[in-house]
Design a protein around this ligand. Structure first.
Ligand code: ADP
Ligand code: F6P
Length: 319
């Protein structure tokens, strides 16, 4: 049997562990494993090559993706999808493991509908995918953010300033909420929680009255721009305020143990599913067990009640 693996959408630390696991597990079971380079764009252009064990040597500890990643508008068209299926058929590839976010899952669903077996692995730092407790790269990104917050706290405390730190997450507030709690932020702003901007001003002022000399405010990019929030705080409080936008620094770096484990476990399970003839499924980790859901289920918006609990906890712990 011939199978392939690809990475698509925004890259994330741990994707390489997933690619490595697919290749090693496949070869261990005598499958031919192909790498599709540059996501769906590369697939349509036949940027496809059979992989050997040496191609995935010494990549488990590297961020990014050795298969490169891309976003492709052309693949969203029926013509683009037909072209991709044609390329796969030319190579005799029966099944594809797609590592990416929900957009990539929608693409994988199209392969499935066109008769190519497709299995998805959740690869995004945003942690915004339904049917998994963690996405690949979320833990690494959080550790990067926490380290940055620690560094900022040192200078915030020396200069008795208020710092706004804008973090990624697209429309999801997971990175902000987890790092707000884990980094001991005074306030967090999340797209999932309304009217938190006024709460933030009140909390900064109350903290100041209690003797706090500095504050750290974490803003999820989906909740507003760090610069704008910084100006708002300055206007309302007149405190000396600085803004840091962490940006793409959050997307790189050597994956944590959790992300390496997640990529390895899910990558290997994806190969098993393809060998069992499964298709149209996305893998995740729920309560430390590998879970399998239909693409239709995972591409829907994630219910995110946990984040509201985290927000409440952040408030309780930031007094
Ligand atoms: P992510 O996978 O990180 O969510 P994107 O949303 O950019 O990233 O999606 C990655 C790629 O998946 C897109 O560039 C496109 O090629 C493909 N894709 C996204 N949505 C669809 C769709 N509805 N149909 C087919 N392909 C899609
Ligand atoms: O989905 C991952 C992510 O890093 C988001 O957190 C962010 O909004 C987006 O991708 C940035 O995309 P780009 O790399 O295209 O600027």
């Amino acid at each position: 049997m011939k199978i392939a693996v690809m990475t698509s959408g925004g890259d994330s630390p741990g994707m390489n562990a997933g690619v490595r696991a697919v290749v090693k597990k496949g070869i261990y079971h005598d499958l031919d494993v192909f790498g599709i380079y540059r996501g769906f764009e590369g697939l349509m252009e036949n940027d496809v090559k059979q992989l050997e064990l040496k191609d995935v040597g010494s990549i488990i500890h590297r961020g990014g993706t050795v298969l490169y990643s891309a976003r492709s508008e052309r693949f969203k068209t029926p013509e683009g999808q037909a072209q991709a299926v044609e390329v796969l058929k030319q190579h005799g590839i029966e099944g594809v493991v797609v590592i990416g976010g929900d957009g990539s899952y929608r693409g994988a669903q199209k392969l499935h509908e066109n008769g190519i077996r497709a299995i998805g692995l959740p690869g995004t730092i945003d942690n915004d995918i339904r049917g998994t407790d963690y996405t690949l790269g979320f833990d690494t990104a959080m550790n990067t953010v926490i380290q940055a917050i620690d560094n900022i706290r040192d200078t915030a405390s020396s200069h008795e300033r208020t710092y706004v730190v804008e973090v990624m997450g697209r429309d999801a507030g997971d990175i902000a909420a987890w790092c707000g709690v884990g980094g001991g932020a005074e306030s967090i702003l999340l797209p999932e929680v309304e009217s938190s901007r006024d709460d933030m001003i009140t909390r900064i002022q109350e903290g100041f009255k209690r003797g706090k000399k500095h504050s750290i405010i974490i803003v999820a990019e989906g909740a507003g721009s760090g610069d704008e929030i910084g100006r708002y705080i300055k206007e309302k409080t007149n405190f000396d305020t600085r803004v840091t936008i962490l940006g793409h620094v959050q997307r790189g770096g050597s994956p944590t143990a959790l992300d390496r484990m997640l990529g390895s476990r899910l990558g290997a399970r994806a190969v098993e599913l393809l060998m069992e003839g499964e298709s149209g499924k996305a893998l995740g980790l729920e309560k430390n067990q590998i879970s399998v859901h239909d693409f239709d289920y995972v591409v829907q918006d994630k219910e995110n009640d946990d984040i509201k609990d985290l927000y409440k906890l952040a408030i309780e712990l930031s007094i």
